[in-house]
Design a protein around this ligand. Structure first.
Ligand SMILES: NS(=O)(=O)c1ccc(C(=O)NCc2cccc(F)c2F)cc1
Ligand SMILES: [Zn+2]
Length: 258
């Protein structure tokens, strides 16, 4: 049976097949703002996304994912805490069964209802797959979702959910601009971490935005209509697809802001 988020295959069990789960730079973490150190050397994030690189939207059995063409540099991240140029590969979300939980990172113990991950890979490597196992291979921008007014930029995504309800379903998804999902202020915390799902590779420079974006409670409910299960199997709601915070193990969290 493959990994998931249930008692019998969830985060407490992943170490059995992925021993790095107990590694020294695992993600997510609890971010304690008072303990983060302001680093004046950190540059502003430079994110440039080209909507024409948006390819499709997929239910991969763990999350809903929007995948991008990464054969050119047209959707990419530079500056911030990283050096070089990282190409956007995909973005996806993690969310809860109710509005009181769902994010992977927490802020002084506070859980948000959901968290968006924009996944980029270092173009010093030939591909995402090669970069994914290197200590400086990936950079993931995390954006918290909080409950507020309806977010019109999410609506386009949510409208596609009915056609990708079950595991393995995907549909073409064009001309979506991921920058519409970024907060107005790009202040961030950054630390060295890992993929938050198996294979849990310790290859991610995490860049977590301080400012959340909003989603309405009804929009959050729409995420919860997706299924972990494939067509024809007993329907299993896709909820609580988040890993809890992991030990900091001596790592420093830096802040790009005072
Ligand atoms: N939640 S997150 O942002 O930390 C995260 C981002 C990407 C992946 C991923 O690509 N997994 C599949 C995958 C595919 C190819 C090679 C890999 F190493 C690999 F992990 C997993 C977790
Ligand atoms: Zn993620």
């Amino acid at each position: 049976m493959s990994w998931g988020y249930k008692a019998n295959n969830g985060p407490q069990k992943w170490v059995e097949n992925f021993p790095i789960a107990d590694g020294v730079r695992q993600s997510p973490i609890d971010i304690v703002p008072g303990q983060a150190s302001y680093d004046a050397g950190l540059k502003p994030l430079n994110l440039k996304y080209d909507p024409s690189t948006c390819l499709d939207i997929l239910n991969n059995g763990h999350s809903v994912q929007v995948t991008f063409a990464d054969d050119t540099d047209s959707s990419r991240l530079t500056d911030g805490p990283i050096s070089g140029l990282y190409r956007l590969k995909q973005f996806h979300f993690h969310w809860g069964a109710s509005d009181d939980k769902g994010s992977e990172h927490t802020v002084a113990g506070t859980k948000y209802p959901a968290e968006l991950h924009l996944v980029h890979w270092n173009t010093k490597y030939a591909s995402f797959s090669e970069a994914a196992s290197k200590p400086d291979g990936l950079a993931v921008v995390g954006v918290f979702l909080k409950i507020g007014g309806e977010n019109p930029n999410l609506q386009k995504l949510l409208k596609a959910f009915d056609t990708i309800k079950s595991k393995g379903k995907q549909t073409s998804f064009a001309n979506f601009d991921p920058s519409t999902l970024l907060p107005g202020c790009l202040d961030y915390w950054t630390y060295d971490g890992s993929l938050t799902t198996p294979p849990l590779y310790e290859s991610v420079t995490w860049i977590v935005c301080k400012e959340p974006i909003t989603a309405s409670s009804a929009q959050m409910a729409k995420f919860r209509t997706l299924l972990f299960s494939a067509d024809g199997a007993a329907p299993d709601c896709m909820v609580n697809n988040y890993r809890p915070p992991q030990p900091l193990k001596g790592r420093t969290v830096r802040a790009s802001f005072k």
